[in-house]
Write a new protein. Structure first.
Length: 115
């Protein structure tokens, strides 16, 4: 499994492209576009996630052991792992469209800097 070096947004973008091009099974270009769009949206508002290949031809963003976002060509899934169960949400998304506010509310947020 590919993993992005911690603290490197440009490394995350490179890793997405590398995962897609090195995969034995072809990736839908919409999956890669969705992943890159979500990555751009997360920049400067979320902690940098680990980037990994999903279980199919998908891209996963992971934060610790309790939140994972999996990107598909036509939707995004959010998994929140809790003690004894997992919450799963599906959000329709096509490249170029805005991401849902519901998905945005699931993403971790960087703490506000002290003023």
């Amino acid at each position: 499994m590919h993993k992005t070096p911690s603290g490197d947004w440009s490394g995350s973008e490179t890793e997405i492209k590398k995962i897609a091009t090195e995969s034995a099974k072809a990736f839908d270009p919409a999956t890669v576009a969705n992943a890159l769009e979500l990555l751009a949206l997360m920049r400067d508002r979320c902690p940098i996630p680990e980037v990994a290949k999903g279980y199919g031809s998908t891209i996963r963003f992971c934060w610790g052991g309790n939140l994972e976002i999996e990107v598909f060509p036509d939707h995004v899934e959010a998994y929140r792992f809790r003690d004894q169960h997992t919450d799963i949400w599906h959000y329709a998304h096509r490249p170029g469209a805005p991401f849902s506010t519901e998905l945005m509310s699931e993403l971790p947020v960087l703490p506000e800097p002290n003023s």
